[in-house]
Design a protein around this ligand. Sequence first.
Ligand code: NAI
Length: 343
Amino acid sequence: MRIAVFDAKDYDIQSFSACGEKYGIEFKFYETKLNEDTVNLANGFDGVCVFVNDDVNAAVIDKLYAAGIRVIALRCAGYNNVALEHCFGKIHVFHVPAYSPYAVAEHTMALLLTSVRRIHKAYNRTKEFNFSLSGLTGFDLHGKTVGVIGTGKIGCIFMDICKGFGMEVIAYDKFPRKDANINYVSIDELFGRSDIISLHCPLTEDTFHIINSDTVSKLKKGVIVLNTSRGALIDSEALLDGIKRRQIGAACLDVYEEEADVFFQDFSGHIVEDDILARLISMPNVIVTSHQAFLTDEALNNIAETTAQNLLAFFDDKMCANELCYRCGNVEECKKKRSARCF
Ligand code: NAI
């Protein structure tokens, strides 16, 4: 079994090589992302393994299919970068639904605490033996209201962490959980009441730019916006404008709308072309990490292990719960529910 791994970083190479040896899978690692220009690198392989910023559009899928590839193994949870509908009937797609929801939820709280207690500023100051406290005043999280959009695996863990801090937690989800003790409110109520808003929903047509110029005007003045989910949940220009107008008090972003061309790479010493990103980063109340929330040892091992299991299931012609298809979950005649593969 030979798999071409795109957008591979040193930490991927480490965890996937170990898994490859364990399960007899030959992984070939490419630094470049998968897109129309690089798709030919997949020729001669049995499958491809991709990450969040590989562009698996219809043209790429056609070329992969023509090259005999029948499986795409996403080594992430989100799959908005894959034209799933176009894959149907041609290429089976698998993802890793959860590798460490704790990693992402804990990173979200790390960003919030960093922002609220000005840790990023204090760190730089004391490195230069500047022990002044001027400008470092924060506020207590205890008693503040946090609004969580998306109450899935990560959102629920983040809510538990917030409760541990004595915060009041309210939530909005298009598909509320029935079994959980969650204080659901309408999205407008959440916008109006929250001191802190954290996004934990997937990127879909419904959630694209869920934070936009209209919604920014509904937010409580001085709100902190956290996004560790997907960049395009936020209209970056509206966010920047809200920060400039002091409507938004701070933003912590692990993801960014146009991250594909910059995140995961070293641009120090280069001129960043993206003016909105540069302006956001220049703000004292904006913290950006480059899609790092998942990056823990536990998560990397789980990603490699689950991806290997997905590939083994595919090549052994077995049903696998991690297979994705555009029909699953919402259409009654979905075959998967009858315990068969998607097509
Ligand atoms: P999940 O599938 O367990 O939960 C997603 C929740 O969002 C569900 O409860 C769903 O009902 C809800 N939802 C769907 N449509 C919605 C809408 N229109 N409005 C409000 N809520 C809606 O997913 P999980 O594991 O909690 O992950 C959440 C997101 O986190 C992923 O979609 C992914 O984009 C992001 N993520 C980011 C990582 C990072 O490193 N920054 C790593 C892993 C995931």
